[in-house]
Design a protein around this ligand. Structure first.
Ligand code: AMP
Length: 293
C-alpha cells in the first residue's frame, strides 16, 4: 500500500493509473472501525483501485475542544487499510489541505441548515467543502459513504448532482454492534456505563419504525421515538424526527422515510437513523448484514 501525504504526490499516483481503471474512494476521519471497513470492503469488491483518505477536517467541527478530543490512531488505521487491500492512502496535513490563503467554501442552503445542520451550524459547509476538495484530488469513479451519516449522504449527493460531477455516490448500510448501537469513532469516548445506555438511540428508532410499518404516520412515529427516548434519563435528546431522506424536509406520503435521532450522553454527542420503506419494513436489529463481522 502506498501512503501519500501531499496533493502533488497523490496526483502523480492517480495519473499513473490506466485511464480505464475504476477507482473506489472511501473518505474518512480515521480511528477506523468495522463501519469504515465495510466501505473499504465494498470498494475493494467493486473497483480496480481503492483509495482511502484519512483527514480530521477542522472545518466541520464547531468547537476546538471537540476537534481536540476526536480520536486519532494513524498507525493502526494504516495497518487495517493494508489488510483491507487499499492501494493508496491519502493522509494530508491540515496545512496541506487548507493553506492560509483561501476563501472558497461550498454552501448548500436549506439542506445543510435543518436537523443536524441546525444543531451544528456550519458543519455541512465544512463537510461539503472537504468532500469537494477530496473528489477533485482523487477523481474517483465511485465514492463510498455510510448511511450512518444520512444527512452527509444527502448533502454529498445534492452537491454532486448540482455541480454535475462525474462520480457515483454509493451509500452503504450502518454497521451496528449486536445490541443495535451504531459503530462510531465517538463511541470510544463513552464510559462503560454510558456505552450501555447508548442503545437508547437505536431502541427509539426501532419504536418509530414499528409504528410506521404498522401503518402509523410520521407524527405518531415521532411520538413513539420520543416516548422511548424519554425512558433514558442519561440521554439529553436533541431531536427525533421523521424526514424525507433526500431533502430532509418533513416526510411526505412517499414510500421511503428516514427516522433520525441525535442526543448527548455524558459529553458525547451521538446520532443514528434508519431508513424505512413503509411497505417492506426497515433495518432489523439482528440483520446479519448490519452487525459487525
Ligand atoms: P468518519 O470517519 O466518521 O467521517 O466516517 C467515514 C465514513 O464512514 C462516512 O461515510 C461514515 O458515514 C462511515 N461510517 C461511520 N460509521 C459507520 C457505520 N457504523 N456503518 C457504516 N458506515 C459508517
Amino acid at each position: 500500500m502506498k501512503i501519500t501525504r501531499s496533493i502533488a504526490e497523490f496526483r502523480a499516483f492517480r495519473e499513473s493509473l490506466p485511464e480505464e481503471a475504476s477507482v473506489g474512494f472511501v473518505p474518512t476521519m480515521g480511528a477506523l472501525h468495522e463501519g469504515h471497513l465495510s466501505l473499504l470492503h465494498a470498494a475493494r469488491a467493486g473497483c480496480d483501485d481503492v483509495v482511502l483518505s484519512i483527514f480530521v477536517n477542522p472545518l466541520q467541527f464547531g468547537s476546538n475542544a471537540d476537534l481536540a478530543l476526536y480520536p486519532r490512531n494513524e498507525s493502526a488505521d494504516l495497518e487495517a487499510a493494508e489488510r483491507e487491500g487499499v492501494d493508496v492512502a491519502f493522509v494530508p496535513s491540515v496545512e496541506e489541505m487548507y493553506p492560509t490563503r483561501r476563501s472558497t467554501t461550498v454552501e448548500l442552503g436549506r439542506l445543510s441548515e435543518v436537523a443536524e445542520g441546525e444543531s451544528r451550524p456550519g458543519h455541512f459547509t465544512g463537510v461539503a467543502t472537504i468532500v469537494a476538495k477530496l473528489l477533485n484530488i482523487v477523481r474517483p469513479t465511485v465514492a463510498f459513504f455510510g448511511q450512518k451519516d444520512a444527512q452527509q449522504v444527502a448533502v454529498v449527493r445534492r452537491m454532486v448532482a448540482d455541480l454535475s460531477w462525474p462520480v457515483v455516490i454509493e451509500a452503504l448500510p450502518t454497521v451496528r454492534e449486536p445490541d443495535g448501537l451504531a459503530l462510531s469513532s465517538r463511541n470510544a469516548r463513552l464510559s462503560p456505563e454510558e456505552r450501555g445506555r447508548a442503545t437508547i438511540l437505536h431502541r427509539a428508532l426501532m419504536a418509530g419504525q414499528a409504528e410506521l410499518v404498522s401503518g402509523g404516520d410520521p407524527t405518531s412515529a415521532e411520538k413513539a421515538m420520543l416516548e422511548v427516548a424519554g425512558e433514558e434519563p442519561a440521554l439529553d435528546l436533541d431531536y427525533a424526527r421523521v424526514l424525507d431522506p433526500d431533502t430532509f424536509e418533513d416526510a411526505n406520503a412517499g414510500d421511503s422515510t428516514l427516522l433520525v435521532i441525535a442526543g448527548t450522553i455524558g459529553n458525547t454527542r451521538l446520532i443514528d437513523n434508519v431508513l424505512v420503506d413503509r411497505h417492506k419494513g426497515g433495518d432489523r436489529p439482528g440483520d446479519p448484514d448490519h452487525v459487525r463481522r
